[in-house]
Design a protein around this ligand. Sequence first.
Ligand code: ZN
Length: 243
Amino acid sequence: MKYGIISDIHSNLEALETVIKALGQEQVDRYICLGDVLGYAADPLACLGVLKAISPIIVSGNHDWGCIGKLGMDYFNKPAEEAITWTKDNLSSEYKDWLEAMPLVEKIGPLTLVHGSLYRPEKFYYVLDHISARTSLNSLEDGQHVCLVGHTHIPGIFIEENELLRYSYADSVTIEPQKRYLINVGSVGQPRDRDPRASFVVYDTETRALKINRIKYDIRKTQEKILEAGLPRILARRLPLGR
Ligand code: ZN
């Protein structure tokens, strides 16, 4: 089974379409989405439509929760809050049930999917360092050894072997059953690791190869739509900076 894994699309249609096309060429069998479909950019409905068509295994992110009123606005900074308010006004009822029904955690075989930290997932804590990575790994249920997350918009791989946890600077890893992994798949629609290219992961369960990929998309078009929609200018300016 080949999985195409994406996260943090944030209503960026150009990035999403580019990534889905690339995953199509990789001939993935199944899609996984780790949440934050909504927020920041100007194409919430189109992105929901594209996702619905590929019927991914999906968990909810904090922006998705914000857009359906499950998370208070005090969680968000000003531009994020403005984008959520705008998205709420532009959301049609046809997707509300789907958004409402999205769980916070999903399990597929040894994989656990969650948007932020697996420790109290409803709090959407960030997994940014060894301590928070360990906390998530220690929240895995028995039989689970790979935790897939998004939320920080910074892709990365933590590997735990014999209770020793290390951060890998490689963009790929071979998943071994006796080790535990926390994989941050990065962001499709708003990368923040100073690389503006959309991030996505391919995981092949046969070869056990997992790889973080990056791909260029039409950033200018996304920026124009953000500005045309009257969304905060910072949300357009940050995209080519990858932060
Ligand atoms: Zn996000």
